[in-house]
Design a protein around this ligand. Structure first.
Ligand code: PDD
Length: 283
């Protein structure tokens, strides 16, 4: 029960995080050749585990990494890691790389994937962020064209996140050829005339687990929803803009670059969806 140096799972062993080691020839280290997941746990219950597991399997399949575990085995590994931490709310991180092999780009034969699971206590975003909203910056999406894969090769996302930090913003909102894609580590939502809109679920964005949840919340709350391409001008002229992710839940964006969004305050669609999100995570 040591949250400072929690027990993590690495290739069959539970070990303190500070002692978990991988060989330098791990292809995750050498090539960024791996995939990952981030799953929230509230009051010791995983939130949307089935959906996260399905996405992990999709990512593994998309990059041709052998899935080393069944869904049940993954669940019991997560249980082993999360039960070693004192916090009831956690953010669980899982990573699978192609494994350790002599450095050569194409897939090595006969390697065993590296499996790593860690967890951290999870504190949802501070209430004042929900009350006041956050500032974002926009930038051109310079990532590769398979953003639907939850790949650990995150340099483009890292640079976008750093761009936000250097501009005093909480998140960067990316546009590709003038159309909205997503944040550095979040999905982006636009509200106009009472309708919520998200970019299409294609290979230019990661389909967040919150994407499906938000669609469900719209359906059950009788809120119109549309997935479609949106221009930068449309985003800046929105009544509301929101971001979502496992770690940020749902946050209202009140400024993008120098432009105020809507009336500069979190709007009614955010408040309704946020309340529904809080209900869903405790359901
Ligand atoms: N990131 N898009 C990108 C590029 C992301 O990295 C994330 C999440 C999302 C939202 O997905 P979800 O709703 O499943 O969290 C969208 C996680 C939290 C991370 O990298 O830490």
């Amino acid at each position: 029960m040591q949250d400072q140096d929690p027990l993590v799972y690495l290739n069959g062993e539970m070990t303190p995080l500070s002692e978990a080691k991988i060989p330098v020839l791990d292809r995750g280290f050498i090539f960024g050749d791996g995939v990952y997941e981030v799953i929230p746990m509230y009051a010791r219950r995983l939130f949307r585990p089935r959906q996260h597991m399905a996405r992990l399997f999709r990512s593994l399949n998309a990059v041709g990494i052998h899935n080393p575990h069944s869904a049940d085995e993954w669940m019991s590994l997560i249980e082993r890691v999360s039960s070693a931490l004192a916090s009831d709310d956690q953010l669980i991180y899982m990573q699978v790389t192609r494994g350790v092999a002599k450095r050569a780009h194409a897939f090595p034969q006969g390697v065993t994937p590296t499996v790593f699971i860690m967890t951290n206590p999870f504190t949802p975003p501070a209430a004042e962020l929900c009350e006041n909203g956050i500032a974002c910056v926009s930038l051109e999406d310079k990532r590769w064209l398979r953003c639907d894969i939850k790949s650990i090769s995150l340099l483009g996302n890292v640079l976008a996140a750093q761009y936000a930090v250097e501009h005093g913003a909480m998140e960067s909102i990316q546009f590709r050829d003038g159309f909205l894609t997503e944040g550095s580590s979040s999905n982006v939502w636009v509200v106009k005339d009472g309708k919520l809109m998200g970019p299409p679920k294609d290979s230019l964005i990661l389909e967040g687990i919150r994407y499906g949840l938000i669609e469900e919340l719209c359906r059950s709350g009788n809120m119109p929803f549309e997935a479609r391409r949106m221009t930068r001008e449309e985003v800046l002229a929105a009544d509301e803009v929101l971001i979502s992710s496992a770690s940020r839940e749902l946050l209202p964006v009140v400024q993008i670059d120098d432009k105020r969004i809507g009336n500069g305050e979190p709007g009614p669609v955010f408040r309704k969806l946020y309340a529904a999100y809080q209900d869903a995570k405790r359901a």
